[in-house]
Write a protein of this length. Structure first.
Length: 113
């Protein structure tokens, strides 16, 4: 069974940057064949879709992160990334990687001075 693993979260000051990574266990799984999504869930709030990338490399973003976040995929590394720049306190959340019905365990991002 494929498992998704997120990494790269942490504590960052407002205005800072982080890059999240999503990798998959299972040598036969290829992100390039599927749409991969990054979600986030802040304390007391519903989970929301932050960004997605299709197998054809089309991308979409939550309005509040457009121009600050970039989703990308490395087929050679079989990894999906979420580059997050100009972070603000409203970006504080647990970030999850998703492919279909498969979810990662999440990685915590805290933006605080």
């Amino acid at each position: 069974q494929v498992q998704l693993v997120e990494s790269g979260g942490g504590l960052v000051q407002p205005g800072g940057s982080l890059r999240l990574s999503c990798t998959a266990s299972g040598s036969l799984f290829r992100f390039s064949l599927y749409t991969t999504r990054w979600y986030r869930q802040a304390p007391g709030k519903q989970r929301e879709l932050v960004a997605s990338i299709t197998s054809g490399v089309s991308t979409n973003y939550l309005d509040s992160v457009k121009g600050r976040f970039t989703i990308s995929r490395s087929n050679t590394q079989n990894t999906v990334y979420l580059q997050m720049n100009s972070l603000n306190v409203e970006d504080t959340a647990v970030y999850y990687c998703n492919v279909g019905i498969i979810w990662g365990q999440g990685t915590q991002v805290i933006v605080s001075s």
